[in-house]
Design a protein around this ligand. Sequence first.
Ligand SMILES: [Zn+2]
Length: 174
Amino acid sequence: MLNEHFPITISEDEVLSERDLLKKHEAGLFMNDVKSVRWLIVHCSASREDRDYTVEQMLRDHKARGFRTIGYHFYIRRNGEVTQHRHLLEVGAHCRPYNRCSIGICYEGGLSADGKPKDTRTKEQRYQLQQLLVKLHRLFPGALVRGHSEMPGATPKACPCFNAAEYQWIESIV
Ligand SMILES: [Zn+2]
């Protein structure tokens, strides 16, 4: 028998009590299985094409909205730098009510210098986004590639500011 007393810290997880452990499980921080991922949802950060929107700024903004961390699984900066913010099967916070069955990928930009919706993807972002979607398709072959604004019942405006149908060929790679 483990002779430890609560709170028990395992890795970065602090478990306050057995009840707390069950609560975390019920909160469903993770999806059930690989088949849970039915959509790969593309977003933009809705930041201006001539401005930086760093990981740190995004983290601050998402925490201000009450998220534990950045809501997207992946973020692609204008220079093509890709960062991961959620585990693959971790439930994200990017597209209600689809967070339990999707992976969220966001590129930096989506607005012109004067603040209007615009496809601002750089060559580097296009390349990295395609690479990432192809890899995710290998892991989740049944998942469909969609832009945020295409998701029925979602409440975005123009996000991701381009037609994600350009990536639909990825769905049929075998
Ligand atoms: Zn979005």
